[in-house]
Design a binder for this molecule. Structure first.
Ligand SMILES: [Zn+2]
Length: 193
């Protein structure tokens, strides 16, 4: 007999009103961070780790500096495009066209095994074999070129590197602008910048 019913775990961030796992794609991730650390630390282990080492406020600053938004010079432009990106989430259908962009998707296989797929680097003149090697080395993991669902080559990287990969790509291949990098989250394309 269960005396205490389990609380229903449908949680929305009170700051940006997104489900907490989407906070980092919202426009106010910095403001969400303290709440995230307190309420859903398991979603953002890095935040928690740093919060234990420093104060919460410092963490927000630190992450801002080292996180996905680093390397961007115009911060006003960045937050503008973030907001626009969130509002413009496509209704599900995605038009197929050959835009020059890199698309990153985290795929969970067998519940525990996570793979980060990277598509589109070749559109920037990057050799995939070279990119695959660099990604594997940088993240100390396995990376290989595989045929994606549309018969196009993509790179599969073992593990969840989705949040470090943007910085790595823009550092390694300056021809790829951060604005051309996207994540697929629940079937929706979300700009990384
Ligand atoms: Zn939030």
């Amino acid at each position: 007999m269960a005396e205490k019913p389990q609380p229903v775990r449908v949680l929305y961030c009170p700051i940006c009103s997104l489900p907490p796992e989407y906070c980092e794609f919202g426009s106010d991730f910095d403001k969400c961070k303290p709440w995230l650390i307190q309420n859903v630390p398991e979603l953002y282990p890095n935040l928690l780790k740093e919060a234990n080492e420093r104060g919460v406020d410092n963490v927000a600053d630190k992450l801002q500096n080292t996180g996905i938004s680093s390397g961007v010079s115009g911060s006003a432009a960045t937050s503008a495009s973030k907001q626009e990106g969130v509002k413009r989430l496509p209704g599900g259908k995605m038009k197929k066209k050959e835009r020059q962009e890199v698309v990153i998707e985290k795929v969970i296989r067998n519940k525990r095994k996570c793979i980060t797929t990277v598509k589109g680097l070749e559109l920037f003149g990057i050799k995939l074999s070279d990119a695959s090697k660099k990604l594997g080395k940088k993240f100390a993991t396995g990376a290989s070129i595989v045929k994606g669902p549309t018969e196009k080559d993509q790179i599969d990287v073992q593990g969840d590197i989705a949040y470090d990969i943007v910085e790595f790509i823009t550092d390694t291949w300056p021809d790829v602008p951060e604005t051309a990098i996207f994540f697929i989250e629940d079937g929706k394309k979300v700009p990384a910048a």
